[in-house]
Write a protein that binds this ligand. Structure first.
Ligand code: 5AD
Length: 447
């Protein structure tokens, strides 16, 4: 979400005549987009700002430094008061005003600016993209923001306070953006929102037994040239039968689902205000696997939520075993400002959070490794995205089940769907059989 917001702001600035600096040391403006979901993210952003003030500001006193996003929203003016090097604070409903505020600062009209107000219609302002153009880095995939905010109020989560109430863009507006991306060569789109499965609940509603989100999936599915659709993040209770059934009906919808269970204990799920049970989650996973047996399923889990006992934690361990996730993102509970869980009794000591984190990681990694291992010898379809992150001499793509595959190939394959044979696995990475790719190249050479 933050990457997408940053991209949109960068594109808006480029449209106003700015250009992207190759490094922060040469930039006239450095904006940090921030996350507040856990304290570690906030501390990292503050540490980074101190570093910028000490290193960049010292050599270039006129550089503008700013914070955007969730931490900007929740701390507001306090950031300007506490960090004298910060010039600009832009909240989550004001991203699109960044260029305006920079103009005011550069023209000397205002010295420091903080805007964390609400703004009607701001959900439709994250729309500009920066698509890389050259053969090696051209953009094959893109994120599209379909809504802002969250009304779920999970007791651990700061998001409803930093991103505001749920507001959805219209279907034609989103489809227009996706169509433009497809026309510019994008093959895969990930629809983004805090809880995408709640998309358009108020504004659009259910039609012919289909939720607004499924209606949106159908509309995006129609776009010619687009080959794959993904979405994140959903809520488990959003996997109604209409969405489950969409996985069997819409061929562009990739066989991949993120189901953030958070805990395997019904008692803790209730304290978290999640609105589902352990059995409910397992039933959704079963339904998804029935309709798409190879579907990749990932999750988010919090360990050490207030009041979590050894028994509760063991329920989470056993859920991870039963659900057999392809991968899981595990987080140690971090108390957040103004959230109900922060003041709940029986906060769990840090050592216990660490220990549970490690035990759960061991289980999740072992199951995940088994799932990846099971791919060896199989043929998979990947969309080639570009150079591998770790080894730019190789290419990488993703399977429909959202697993990264690294292989040796040629630039012209970027943006193509390719069948590869998996010959080995690394840590949550697959390696494709170069034999098939070579055969492909040989064929094209002999033509
Ligand atoms: N502490 C730890 N993890 C959290 N998450 C959200 N809030 C907190 C918190 N206060 C995790 C949840 C969510 C993911 C994006 O971050 O697992 O799904």
């Amino acid at each position: 979400m933050n990457e997408r917001d940053s991209e949109a702001v960068a594109a808006q600035l480029v449209a106003k005549g700015y250009s992207l600096a190759p490094a922060e040391g040469t930039a006239d403006v450095v904006l940090l987009n921030t996350c507040s979901v856990r304290d570690a993210a906030e501390q990292k952003a503050i540490g980074k700002m101190h570093g910028l003030a000490a290193e960049v500001r010292r050599h270039r006193p006129n550089v503008v430094l700013g914070f955007m996003g969730c931490m900007a929203q929740s701390r507001g003016q306090a950031l300007l008061d506490r960090l004298p090097d910060v010039d600009l604070v832009v909240g989550t409903q004001k991203f699109h005003r960044t260029a305006e505020y920079l103009d005011e600062i550069f023209s000397g009209k205002r010295n420091k600016i903080c805007d964390v107000g609400e703004e009607e219609g701001s959900e439709a302002t994250i729309r500009e993209h920066i698509l890389a153009g050259n053969a090696r880095t051209r953009s094959v995939t893109a994120f599209v923001s379909i809504m802002q905010g969250c009304n779920q109020y999970c007791t651990f989560c700061i998001v409803p306070y930093t991103r505001g109430q749920e507001r959805s863009r219209t279907i034609p507006d989103i489809v227009g953006e996706c169509r433009e991306l497809a026309a510019r060569g994008v093959k895969e789109i990930t629809l983004l929102g805090q809880i995408v499965t709640s998309y358009g609940k108020r504004e659009i509603g259910v039609r012919d037994g289909r939720s607004a989100f499924v209606q949106l999936l159908e509309a995006v599915h129609e776009i010619e040239g687009l080959q794959r659709i993904r979405f994140t993040s959903p809520h488990p209770k959003g996997y109604g039968d209409d969405l489950v059934e969409a996985y069997g009906r819409l061929p562009k919808l990739c066989e991949s689902a993120h189901i953030p269970v958070q805990s395997g204990s019904d008692r803790i799920l209730k304290l978290m205000h999640r609105g589902y049970t352990r059995a409910g989650c397992l039933a959704i996973i079963q339904k998804l696997r029935r309709i798409q047996p190879r579907i990749g399923i990932t999750t988010d889990i919090i360990v050490g939520f207030p009041g979590e006992t050894e028994n509760d934690f063991e329920a989470t361990l056993s859920l991870a075993q039963e659900a057999e996730f392809d991968n899981a993102y595990i987080f140690k509970y971090s108390p957040r400002k103004d959230t109900p869980a922060a003041t709940m009794p029986d906060q769990v000591p840090q050592e216990i959070k660490e220990e549970r984190n490690q035990r759960l990681l061991n289980v999740v990694n072992e199951i995940g490794a088994g799932k990846y291992e099971a791919q060896v010898g199989k043929c998979v379809e990947i969309l080639v995205e570009g150079p591998s992150r770790r080894n730019p001499a190789r290419l990488q793509g993703r399977t429909r089940t959202n697993k990264i595959v690294v292989f040796e190939g040629s630039e012209r394959q970027i943006g193509q769907l390719l069948d590869l044979k998996i010959h080995r696995t690394g840590s949550f990475t697959l390696y494709g059989d170069p034999a098939i790719v070579n055969l492909d190249i040989d064929n094209s050479l002999s033509q």
